[in-house]
Design a protein around this ligand. Structure first.
Ligand code: TYC
Length: 102
């Protein structure tokens, strides 16, 4: 039987939008930097509340490290460098690193 119905697949593929890969900024624990100073650096560089900064600091303190936030690679690296430099300027070994998000 003739079939005039159009049965061609009509599924459309949404255009792919390129999103930049994200990088994590990671806070590392050490035995020397005062807790209050870690909180101060977190608040200054990452625009987070005292409460959020305190939770991140305690997580790094107890587990060894904590993801602070994710950004594009350039912003993540610049924030990690600036935050680490704030600590160096005060003579503390506090360290922030970055790594690509899975
Ligand atoms: N462990 C430090 C102390 O006992 C505090 C600290 C917490 C340092 C988190 C670094 O990422 C850190 N004074």
């Amino acid at each position: 039987m003739a079939n005039d119905t159009d049965t061609k697949p009509r599924t459309r593929t949404a255009p792919k939008v390129a999103r930049p890969p994200l990088h994590k900024v990671i806070l590392l624990n050490d035995d020397f930097t005062p807790r209050e100073f870690v909180v101060r650096v977190l608040k200054a560089e990452f625009r987070i509340t005292e409460d959020q900064a305190h939770r991140i600091m305690i997580t790094a303190h107890t587990k060894g490290s904590c993801v602070v936030a994710v950004f594009t690679q350039e912003i993540a690296e610049s924030k990690a460098t600036r935050a680490t430099e704030m600590a160096r300027n005060e003579g503390f070994p506090l360290l922030f690193t970055t790594e690509p998000e899975e």
